[in-house]
Design a protein around this ligand. Structure first.
Ligand SMILES: Nc1ncnc2c1ncn2[C@@H]1O[C@H](COP(=O)(O)OP(=O)(O)OP(=O)(O)O)[C@@H](O)[C@H]1O
Ligand SMILES: [Mg+2]
Length: 378
């Protein structure tokens, strides 16, 4: 676990580059520091391996103040990957990867074995690549070697400062996917810096949005998208973003909470009047009216009402009881699938038997128009 406690950095005593920053990163978490250029991401990251020392505050790794650890020892246990990989041009791929393990005098056979294992892990055939020089590799391959080198000494922590930002979009996406796969196997604690919110959303277990040396919000990607803590974050994240990641939209985000309910002992005449008064097309039937937490017994819509000519017929005798429902957390994609497959016009969102809201064509449309920026053609 990495803990930054009230950490500040200033060079001239005036401008706070990092401003009383608090951040806790759990073991095995991949967290992303994201923010505009100059907001203090690199500075924050470099304080974790003491390439920069804080002006005030404290950083702990597994409860230990890093100022009490020899910086060289500290860095041996913290992998570091930067944008310009910084491979040594006069060393081969194998020598580059084995650099730190050699420095700490690991057994040469073990280093070789580990190097081969790492090359396989990053999908470069070791027999083809181990003796090449960095200049004989593409940018993406160099960056992969950079990642392998950071992993070579099997550190608990890896710091990555815009490691993929100089790559073309396709290579970049490949490396992002590889990193996610690696992380699933290795379960390292990773601090990843980027100024690209898409990359942050894709990679981060959690995202720390930085602004002027402070953390403006620290949360899971879904929460950053759905409940940005400030206008700054909302703008930074960008409108319409949620729609680009529709997996994150769930039934509870698109339901209309303002539904109307009716007691099952009431009559058709009541229902017709209620629907006219509230200007709605469907009513949720409960065993007694007026209590929102009451269990849903069924639904009535225009179809049920028009089939019965007796105005005094009771709702319980005409309501639809085999109503298909979804949970609040059901993804939008699944809701849309059910809606198409079963030709549903209204889908109640139900939790513990009670209705939280209703999804209809209108509620879906409302959400879509809210989240799709006007400028976007649709
Ligand atoms: N040695 C230094 N002396 C004075 N100011 C510095 C020094 N190093 C960095 N800064 C300033 O600190 C601020 C934060 O820099 P930092 O490199 O942490 O930003 P960043 O968020 O990583 O930005 P980018 O996205 O451009 O990499 C910048 O305004 C920078 O000019
Ligand atoms: Mg930076």
């Amino acid at each position: 676990m990495i803990k930054l406690k009230d950490v500040s950095k200033t060079y001239d005593g005036k401008k706070m580059i990092v401003d009383h920053l608090n951040l806790t990163i759990e073991q095995g978490e991949l967290i992303v520091l994201v923010g505009e250029s100059g907001c203090g991401k690199t500075t924050t990251m470099k304080m974790i391996n003491r390439l920069i020392e804080p002006t005030s505050g404290k950083i702990e790794i597994d409860g230990k103040d890093i100022m009490t650890i020899d910086p060289i020892d500290l860095r041996r246990n913290i992998g570091y990957v930067i944008q310009k990989v910084g491979l040594f041009p006069h060393l081969t791929v194998g020598q580059n990867i084995g650099l730190v393990p050699r420095l700490v005098k690991k057994d040469l056979d073990d280093i070789k074995k580990r190097t081969i294992e790492l090359l396989d892990m990053i999908d470069l055939k070791h027999e083809d690549y181990i003796d090449r020089y960095p200049s004989e590799l593409s940018g993406g391959q160099q960056q992969r070697i950079g990642v392998a080198r950071a992993l070579a000494n099997d550190p608990d922590i890896i710091l990555m400062d815009e490691p993929f930002s100089a790559l073309d979009p396709i290579t970049r996406e490949q490396l992002q996917n590889e990193l996610l796969k690696l992380q699933e196997e290795l379960n390292k604690t990773i601090v990843f810096v980027t100024h690209d919110i898409d990359e942050a959303i894709k990679l981060g277990d959690k995202i720390a949005v930085m602004q002027n040396g402070k953390i403006a919000q620290f949360d899971i990607p879904e929460a950053i998208l759905k409940t940005p803590a400030s206008d700054f974050i909302e703008n930074f994240v960008g409108q319409g973003r949620l729609w680009k990641t529709p997996d994150m939209l769930r039934a509870e985000d698109i339901m209309n909470k303002e539904y109307v309910q009716i007691g099952m002992q009431r009559t058709k005449a009541h229902a017709v009047e209620l629907m006219r008064e509230k200007n709605c097309e469907v009513l949720v039937v409960v065993d007694k009216s007026g209590n929102r937490l009451r269990e849903m017994m069924g639904m009535v819509g225009k179809r049920q009402l028009s089939k019965n000519f007796d105005h005094e017929v009771r709702i319980k005798d005409i309501m639809k009881t085999d109503v298909m429902t979804v949970q609040p957390k059901t993804p939008l994609t699944e809701v849309l699938r059910l809606r198409d497959e079963h030709n549903l016009r209204f889908i109640p969102v139900v939790e513990n038997g009670s209705v939280l809201g209703i999804i209809s064509a209108a509620s879906i449309l409302t959400v879509l128009t809210e989240i799709i920026p006007e400028s976007e053609d649709f």
